[in-house]
Design a protein. Structure first.
Length: 521
């Protein structure tokens, strides 16, 4: 006969087992909710997965990881051997097996944009692979992993570095191709936010759909970025580097957000230095210039980063100081004297040690140039001055009159400073008269065999008041010798850039109607 203990033993174990099962179920439910909240797993295949990915996710189950590991090891071996093309197929399989591992995606994209593209000599072939790398991150990786900040950072880097910098021999084709893509998407140089945010016509709706579906650009976010950092040039890659880094700010840890914030900072520097398109309508091409209109917003971004990032505060302060210096110089060379003076005052107030307290703005701008001249070097000084005037006259020819005037003014001041510093040795190291140096530069730019070309030369002659086929060569032999740099007694420049009727060299033309008001020596 069983004792009471024996009779109760099994029922008690059953009750304990049942209690454990209940507690285990409750714990499992809580853990599953936490995994979903922390985005550690997906309990069911996402709706946006294509059929192949949905099939492998369900059919292979836990074996997906083992297969992906084997493929990853094989892909690493191929990378070490430089067999990048074979890696493409393997990486494609890995992304299908493990679509939610960000590392696979950006390694695959990097392989296309950097490793495979440079295997081709034809710039168009290179652009196709760079474009594929960008599309892989933008159209697939971020779609399946919208919370992965690293993917936004990598996509931003492709625009900033691969397309925006000049380290790839085909970088200009990348910029030109992207320019055409954005011209087609926007229909003009600047986004019309009234139309993009509230489209009414079929054409406007198609344009918005194209931006969202093809380029993955949200007009509302574009406007927010323009209001915060702009006005930006959306036909240039650095603006898109800012866009994707900005999108990354919405996700990730504070450390992740610091990384993409620095991407915005770096891309803004690029946009400031060369974020404006200068269209050369004569030769149907475009060039780049500084985007001076973003200076106030760029300054505000610097100040915010200084306030927000204690770890990098000193580095950002150094960058901010150099940014204001560049702002003063660029504004000065673009003939925006009042704005340049305002920022020069800010530089002195915020960074007292950055420049000498008694230094004037003119002296500061000239000093930026004279650093390149060396100590009383006649040849180096003449080369720098001629470079400034070549820049001035080229900008004059393509219609950039303010920039032309700024460079002309800077060249005049640099010339005067050098002449004053060598006043005791004029016969040995002095420069030719300013008017003759200018004439020499003009003649070289107008030369049929080595100048700017017939169409641009025609525009330059029109700006300078010269007749067709005419140049400034009608000067006396000794004046021509001076223009070539042979030592001569210095003759003060008294010609007027706005009055061509005074101070004509004997036997030659009067000083030309050049660009800006001359500065007395």
């Amino acid at each position: 006969m069983k004792t009471a203990r024996e009779r109760l033993y099994k029922p008690v174990l059953a009750v304990l087992a049942l209690a454990c099962m209940v507690l285990s179920g409750m714990a499992h439910r809580n853990l599953a909710q936490e995994r979903v909240r922390m985005k550690l797993t997906r309990l069911s295949p996402p709706e946006n997965l294509p059929p192949v990915l949905a099939f492998t996710t369900v059919a292979l189950g836990g074996f997906r990881g083992l297969i992906a590991n084997a493929l990853w090891i094989r892909a690493s071996e191929m990378q070490e051997k430089g067999r990048y093309f074979e890696m493409v197929q393997l990486a494609d399989w890995i992304t299908k097996l493990q679509p939610h591992i960000a590392t696979v995606w950006y390694h695959q994209a990097w392989n296309m944009a950097y490793n495979i593209s440079v295997k081709f000599d034809d710039p168009n072939d290179r652009w196709r692979w760079v474009q594929r790398g960008i599309e892989l991150l933008r159209d697939q990786a971020i779609k399946f992993n919208p919370e992965q900040t690293i993917l936004y950072r990598e996509l931003s880097w492709f625009f900033q570095h691969k397309m925006g910098q000049n380290l790839d021999d085909a970088h200009f084709l990348y910029k030109e191709s992207w320019y055409k893509i954005m011209m087609e998407a926007l229909g003009s140089g600047r986004p019309n936010y009234d139309e993009l945010l509230n489209p009414t016509t079929e054409e406007q709706k198609k344009r918005v759909a194209h931006l969202r579906e093809k380029l993955k650009l949200e007009p509302a976010i574009m406007k927010k970025i323009d209001d915060t950092y702009g006005p930006l040039e959306w036909r240039l890659p650095e603006t898109h580097a800012i866009y994707w880094a900005f999108r990354g700010l919405e996700h990730g840890t504070p450390k992740d957000r610091t990384t993409v914030r620095r991407s915005i900072f770096q891309s803004m520097q690029m946009a400031f230095h060369r974020g404006r398109i200068i269209e050369n309508k004569v030769y149907k091409r475009f060039e780049f210039g500084p985007n001076l209109d973003i200076i106030p917003n760029a300054n505000a971004a610097y100040e915010k980063m200084i306030a927000d990032d204690a770890e990098m505060r000193d580095n950002f302060k150094t960058g901010h100081k150099n940014f204001i210096k560049d702002a003063v110089y660029f504004l000065y060379t673009h003939n925006r004297q009042a704005s340049a003076a305002s920022w020069f005052k800010k530089l002195k107030e915020e960074y007292p040690g950055a420049v000498d307290a008694n230094l004037t703005m003119d002296e500061f701008a000239v000093a930026q140039v004279t650093e390149q001249m060396g100590d009383i070097s006649h040849d180096r000084t003449k080369a720098v001055l001629q470079g400034l005037w070549e820049t001035a006259f080229y900008n004059l020819a393509i219609g950039e009159d303010d920039q032309a005037a700024g460079y002309d003014r800077l060249a005049q001041k640099a010339y005067i400073r050098f002449q004053q510093s060598t006043s005791s040795s004029v016969g040995r190291v002095g420069l030719p008269p300013m008017d003759l140096l200018r004439r020499d530069v003009i003649d070289r730019l107008l030369a049929p065999d080595s100048g700017v070309g017939p169409e641009l030369a025609k525009q330059l002659r029109t700006k300078l008041g010269l007749a067709a086929g005419e140049n400034t060569s009608a000067v006396k032999p000794e004046d021509a010798a001076m223009a070539q740099g042979r030592p001569t007694q210095h003759v003060p420049y008294k010609g007027s850039a706005t009055n061509a009727a005074t101070n004509a060299p004997a036997g030659g033309k009067a000083p030309l109607k050049i660009i800006s008001t001359p500065i007395p020596e």
